[in-house]
Design a protein around this ligand. Sequence first.
Ligand code: TYM
Length: 374
Amino acid sequence: MKVTPWEVEGSVDYDKLIKEFGTQKIDDRLISRIRKHSKELHMFLRRGFYFSHRDLNLVLDDYDKGKGFFLYTGRKPSGPLHIGHLTPMLFTKWLQDVYDVNLYIEITDDEKFVFDRNTDWKQIDAWAEDNIKDIAALGFDPDRTFIFKDREYVRHVYPLILDVARRVTFSTVKAVFGFTSESNIGQIFYPAYQMIPTMLEKKRCLIPCALDQDPYFRVQRDVAEAVGYNKTSVIHSKFLPPLQGVQGKMSASMVDTAMWLTDDEKTVKKKVNKYAFSGGQATVEEHRKKGGNPDIDVPFQWLKILFEPDDKKLKKIEDDYRSGALLTGELKAILIDKVNKFLEEHRKKKEKVDIEKFMKTGKLAQKMWETYYE
Ligand code: TYM
């Protein structure tokens, strides 16, 4: 098993990762604290998709004391979004609704540029605009949300980036990110920028993301206090799996087995029917007799993680699949219908969205230089 910000290899063992990364499990006490603040717990928390954290308890303490906190997450504009990329955004939106807090979304055009020698700014800008539309369409609060592209915002944060950069050695980033003597110096410098949005306010920052992004924030936590800011808190999810198996990470390199927000109805149907790993039996007779295994069945897991929020409905699907009453083809049909409705709805919202509302250099954009130079 290998998990870095750039690749996930082998089958992922989440308990082992918590130990290796040195993070904490989200336990029942934390869950019940969040339940007190929200009317209904998000399905990502109810079903253990968000499962790990750093200092989430301190964020909740600050909230309870009236100090508040802010949210930060991000996206590298490297192509269309897949449904895995959407999960941190959906969860962040829920947290913003529950806690009514400011949110910063970093669009890392610089990261894409230095990590992909085959791209150019024109292509990156086109993807950035498209990705920002997808993100903004999720309905964040425009008065409390600031989305920025790194190379446009950099003039405001460069002093702070340098303040962080001069405290992080090459040997640290080599150990944390696996850089080598062949890595270009843009790559080696880039992590300094991904740490900066945690310092846009003097309050505590909470970052929702999948576990692959954690290494950046481990380094942030080593230097933040020296620069005059809080160690960031993080809340981590597991990976939404690709169609070929529940133990992997859906990633942009998996053209056929990722599900893109741009996939049309026919493509969704074809992909699920052709590629989705099934926990069902080889023949209908055998399936009716022995039943299927939802734990390894990708269509069931996608329903559980993202597409069936109703616990009762999900339980019935699970029970029927285990007993053999529900066939693999029928389970796939349920998923195809849900995915298509979800994507259709999303594309309608995307058409109407006004991204300028989220990108203007307003009050939120100014926070940083107020706090850094004060
Ligand atoms: P990027 O663009 O690769 O991914 C964006 C977000 O999607 C999450 N993610 C997934 N979540 C669940 N299941 C998956 N299969 C899956 N694949 C990706 C990632 O964890 C990420 O949260 N360097 C970052 C951009 C960034 C960022 C941040 C991300 C800048 N600042 C702060 C999170 C938080 C990147 O390349 O993300």
